[in-house]
Design a protein around this ligand. Structure first.
Ligand SMILES: N[C@@H](CCC[C@H](N)C(=O)O)C(=O)O
Length: 274
C-alpha cells in the first residue's frame, strides 16, 4: 500500500487527512491506532477521511476516526481542516462546501482571510439524543463521579459532550475527572468532557478531555457545546470567544437554530505511508 496524506491542525488539535476520492483506502482500527502513535507512527488526535458523497445534495462525505481507532460522528476543528484540504487539493472549486457526516450535515465556508466558518447544525439537548441517562431534559444535571457530585450540562453537537463549569480552568482536575466522565455509566456511548471557566459573558476558557484521545489542545465541537451550555444556563451572550490551550475560536449560537464556529485551519506537511 502507498497512501498519500496531509498532516494538518486546528489550534493544535492535529489530524492525518487522507484523500479517499482519488485513492483507494483500506483502514482498520489497528492501523489507525498504530499511525496515531506519537513515537512509532505519524502522531495525531484524529484521522480524517475525505470520501465521495452518498447523496446528490452533498459535495463530500467526511469521516472521522479517533486516535484509539473508533469512528465518531463529528469533529469541529477537523471540519475546518477538511474544508482547506479539499480546496487546496482542488477536489472542489467552491469556497462553500456541503458535507455529510455520521453526526449530520455541515456547511463549511472558507473566508477571504483563510479562516473557515462551519455551520455545525442544531444542538440536541434531549437526553435520548445525546445519549445521556436521565428522566427529563434539564440545563444542569447532578452526576456522581469519583465520590463527588458534579453539576454538568449534557449536549450533542453531532457528537456527545458533557460540560462542567469550573472557577479556574488551569487548576481544574482534568486528568482525574476527564477519564471518569468519558466512561461514565450515564453516557452509554462515552462522552467528551469539557471544563469551562467563564471570564465574562462573551469570553470563556476551555479544556476538553476528548473521548478516544485524552486531553487535546483544542476541541471545536467542545467549544460549541460549552457555549450552548453557557447560553442555556443564562451565563453567556450569543457570540463568544473561546480560549483553548491551542488558541481561540469564535462561536455564535442565538439560543435556537444552528451553531456557527469560526477559526483557523493549518497545513503542516505532506507525507506518504508505504
Ligand atoms: N477534536 C474534535 C472532536 C473529535 C471527536 C471526539 N473525540 C469524539 O469522540 O466525539 C473537535 O474539534 O470537535
Amino acid at each position: 500500500m502507498r497512501l498519500k496524506f496531509t498532516k494538518m491542525h486546528g489550534l493544535g488539535n492535529d489530524f492525518m487527512v487522507i484523500d479517499g476520492v482519488t485513492q483507494a483506502v483500506e483502514l482498520s482500527a489497528e492501523l489507525i491506532e498504530q499511525w496515531a502513535d506519537r513515537h512509532f507512527g505519524v502522531g495525531f488526535d484524529q484521522l480524517l477521511l475525505v470520501e465521495p458523497p452518498t447523496r446528490p445534495d452533498r459535495d463530500f462525505r467526511y469521516r472521522i476516526f479517533n486516535a484509539d481507532g473508533s469512528e465518531v460522528e463529528n469533529c469541529g476543528n477537523g471540519a475546518r481542516c477538511f474544508a482547506r484540504f479539499v480546496l487546496d487539493n482542488q477536489l472542489i472549486q467552491n469556497t462553500t462546501i456541503r458535507v455529510e457526516t455520521a453526526g449530520g450535515d455541515l456547511e463549511l465556508r472558507v473566508e477571504d482571510n483563510g479562516e473557515v466558518t462551519v455551520d455545525m447544525g442544531r444542538p440536541r439537548t434531549r437526553p435520548d439524543k445525546i445519549p445521556f441517562l436521565a428522566d427529563d431534559k434539564a440545563a444542569l444535571y447532578d452526576i456522581n463521579v469519583l465520590d463527588e457530585t458534579l453539576s454538568i450540562s449534557a449536549i450533542n453537537v453531532g457528537n456527545p459532550h458533557c460540560v462542567t463549569r469550573v472557577d479556574d480552568v488551569l487548576t481544574a482536575d482534568v486528568e482525574r475527572l476527564g477519564p471518569a466522565l468519558e466512561d461514565h455509566e450515564r453516557f452509554p456511548q462515552r462522552v467528551n468532557a469539557g471544563f469551562m471557566q467563564i471570564v465574562d459573558r462573551s469570553n470563556i476558557r476551555l479544556r476538553v478531555f476528548e473521548r478516544g484521545v485524552g486531553e487535546t489542545l483544542a476541541c471545536g465541537t467542545g467549544a460549541c457545546a460549552a457555549v450552548v451550555a453557557g447560553v442555556l444556563n443564562g451565563w453567556l451572550d450569543h457570540t463568544v470567544s473561546v480560549t483553548l490551550p491551542g488558541g481561540k475560536l469564535t462561536i455564535h449560537w442565538a439560543g435556537e437554530g444552528n451553531i456557527l464556529m469560526t477559526g483557523p485551519a493549518t497545513r503542516v506537511y505532506e507525507g506518504v505511508i508505504t
